[in-house]
Design a protein around this ligand. Structure first.
Ligand SMILES: Cc1cc2nc3c(=O)[nH]c(=O)nc-3n(C[C@H](O)[C@H](O)[C@H](O)COP(=O)(O)OP(=O)(O)OC[C@H]3O[C@@H](n4cnc5c(N)ncnc54)[C@H](O)[C@@H]3O)c2cc1C
Length: 466
């Protein structure tokens, strides 16, 4: 609980109207896409690093948790104030401060919506590739904290690959700069940028990001390819990669996803068991050749349909199918355990086959879709939480899926992070020594454990607060 005196001090720091203790605000900021509710005791809307520094110094002095929040689209509960305290919403800090077309860089505040940066860059013939499917809502700060990927990761990498440097307010309130602002290289001191990227809001609050841009590829082609079996589709993915083609996007959707999405988009998927959405970009002559190669490979892998979008509207229609998958899954079961496992691409068919076996053994419905091109599949174990037996079988299936993934040389999270959702499974992948190194970093930078406590690490084995 924040006492009346602390509330008064927060109002003094931020100004009236930039901090709220009203019930409506507490409820509105109590959830993210993981769909669990933890209301904060207050919500602050800082205007810059100075405000955040003062708040964090106060939190250390008075010992209350502070939880950074972007748009709340995270799937693992990262922005949830599970121990109460103050939610630090970065939504007021949404300036694109500069796009430097000469140096191909951007200087942005953390609350900028990723899609807005992309649109601004594109209007100048430039390109910001990281594109989580939540691109229209999620923020640059949230993307950096989660090291978000997305459909284009197969060719262009993930958020980490575009962060040159950061302004960060450390948990104890110091304002620091990491990395570089406009140079592509820079090796002065430890790479603190990489430490902060993917730290899930537990090691610092990002208040400004210096990002790398690319020239906008001149040509792009979008394809929708249908298959009668999921294994054929996964086989086509492996064949495309084997043929040394690097598409900008290579997404897969299984029959459960197609059933859910069909009602929304009326795409005519009757009789189809799996779909690939493939995009290639580059020079006009190059993309034409890629399309023909992918057509041939698809036929060899028993594709039953191959459509190339010929207008911008057709491209939008194809993407509408993909973007609607996640929100429409609750049409089959009301709840889902949403995992994002990754395997080496050569093991994709084994993963797909193994997941089907787990669904049968555990008697649960599993919907799989996602970034097949980089081996990252969003595996959604569907259940009804009012049914305890089904819920238990769903949880067992998740553990099976993680075991399978690790046995194939993969990782239990490609882009959604650990948060609270995957915290119980951390030690399946990391050794105790590795976890202890991470805990030491957290303890050193956040000695009072006030920044986003209770995330990533379980409490049981902890000597102190983490
Ligand atoms: C429909 C849908 C599709 C999605 N598709 C993808 C996808 O393709 N790829 C992918 O990677 N993710 C995807 N996600 C997950 C999510 O959108 C990403 O994790 C995104 O980066 C979260 O951004 P956010 O602004 O909503 O952050 P939030 O959810 O608000 O916060 C996420 C984490 O970042 C921390 N944080 C936020 N801002 C800051 C800051 N300024 N400084 C320090 N820490 C901060 C929070 O404390 C929290 O731990 C999807 C989500 C949805 C709902």
């Amino acid at each position: 609980m924040l006492s009346a005196a602390l509330r008064g001090e927060l109002v003094k720091i931020l100004g009236k109207g930039n901090v709220s203790f009203e019930r409506e605000a507490l409820v509105s900021y109590s959830y993210d896409a993981m769909n669990r509710k933890y209301p904060p005791d207050g919500v602050a809307f800082p205007g810059g690093a100075g405000d955040i520094s003062r708040i964090l110094k106060m939190a250390n002095r008075e010992n209350f948790p502070v939880v950074p929040r972007g748009a709340g689209t995270g799937f693992t509960g990262g922005s949830l104030p599970i121990e109460g305290g103050l939610t630090l919403s970065l939504e007021r800090m949404r300036n694109i401060r500069e796009i430097d077309a000469e140096n191909l860089t951007a200087d942005v505040e953390p609350g900028v919506i990723t899609g807005d940066l992309q649109a601004e860059a594109e209007s100048r013939g430039l390109f910001y590739p990281p594109d989580p499917t939540s691109v229209k809502f999620s923020t640059i700060g949230g993307n950096i904290a989660e090291n978000s990927g997305g459909p284009r990761a197969i060719k262009y990498g993930v958020t980490r690959d575009y962060v040159l440097g950061l302004e960060v307010v450390m948990p104890t309130g110091e304002i620091v700069f990491t990395g570089t602002r406009k140079t592509l290289k820079g090796v002065v001191g430890y790479d603190l940028t990489r430490l902060i990227v993917g730290s899930e809001g537990t090691l610092g609050v990002v208040t400004r990001a210096f990002l790398r841009l690319l020239p906008l590829p001149p040509a792009q082609k979008t394809m929708l390819i249908t298959f009668k079996s999921l294994e054929d589709a996964a086989g086509a993915v492996s064949s495309i990669i084997n043929a040394k083609i690097v598409p900008a996007t290579l997404e897969i959707m299984d029959s459960v996803c197609l059933r859910c999405v069909e009602e929304y988009v009326k795409a005519g998927f009757g009789g189809v068991e799996a779909v690939l959405l493939v995009e290639v970009d580059g020079r006009e002559d190059g993309v034409g050749a890629d399309v023909e190669d992918i057509r041939r490979i698809s036929t060899e892998n028993k594709a039953v349909g191959f459509r190339v979008a010929s207008t911008k509207n057709e491209v939008k229609d194809i993407w509408r199918v993909r973007r609607n998958v996640s929100p429409s899954l609750n049409r089959v079961r009301p709840n889902k355990l949403n995992e994002d496992v990754v395997v080496p691409r050569s093991r994709l068919v084994e993963l797909v086959r193994g997941i089907r076996g787990i669904a049968e053994t555990r008697g649960v419905l599993i919907a799989s879709f996602g970034h097949a091109g980089d081996g990252n599949i969003h595996v959604n174990v569907m259940f009804d939480k009012t049914n305890a037996d089904e819920t238990g079988r769903g949880e067992d299936a998740v553990k099976d899926i993680f075991e399978l993934t690790l046995s194939l040389g993969g990782t239990i999270s490609g882009e959604h992070g650990i948060g609270i959702a995957k915290l119980p499974y951390l030690s399946m992948e990391l050794t105790p020594d590795t976890i202890e190194v991470m805990r030491k970093i957290k303890r050193t930078l956040d000695p009072n454990g006030i920044l986003n406590p209770g995330k990533i690490f379980s409490k049981e084995r902890s000597p102190g607060y983490i």
